[in-house]
Design a protein around this ligand. Structure first.
Ligand SMILES: [Zn+2]
Length: 132
């Protein structure tokens, strides 16, 4: 504790540069609240699960290098978090149902055919990103 007041430590990769030592695997409480404020229901088209019953999902999968920061996080219900295609389905030769991504600031489903779809639930137009 006493040394922490006087010493700064950093880790540097020889070719990638500074390493973020504060990356977290799971969203913090504040990040969860931000994600719920953005999408009041699961943003998967047709879903009705309220945000407070959703999981926090990494839009770019954490296992693929996606960061745990607000712009890479969204709520998704447990079912749609499970069927979201983060690349593993192609490796397992399973049919993709698409994946969630951020497009022009909002979280949308990209279908396997490349079409962008949002949830049309009434509460989907009342999230924080729809109010600005
Ligand atoms: Zn859902």
């Amino acid at each position: 504790g006493a040394l922490g007041d006087k010493i700064y430590a950093g880790l540097f990769h020889p070719t990638a540069g500074p390493v973020n030592l504060y990356e977290a695997r799971f969203a913090s409480g504040k990040q969860r609240i931000l994600a719920m404020a953005e999408n009041l229901v699961c943003p998967w088209p047709g879903c009705k699960v309220p945000a407070d019953r959703c999981q926090v999902h990494h839009l770019d999968a954490h296992k693929n290098g996606g960061q745990t920061n607000p712009s890479n996080l969204s709520t998704l219900c447990s079912y749609h978090n499970g069927v979201n295609d983060d690349g593993a389905r192609a490796r397992r030769r399973e049919k993709s149902r698409g994946r969630m991504m951020r497009h022009r600031g909002q979280v949308k489903l990209v279908t396997p055919g490349g079409k962008l779809l949002g949830n049309t639930h009434d509460l989907s137009t009342m999230g924080a990103m729809d109010l600005i």
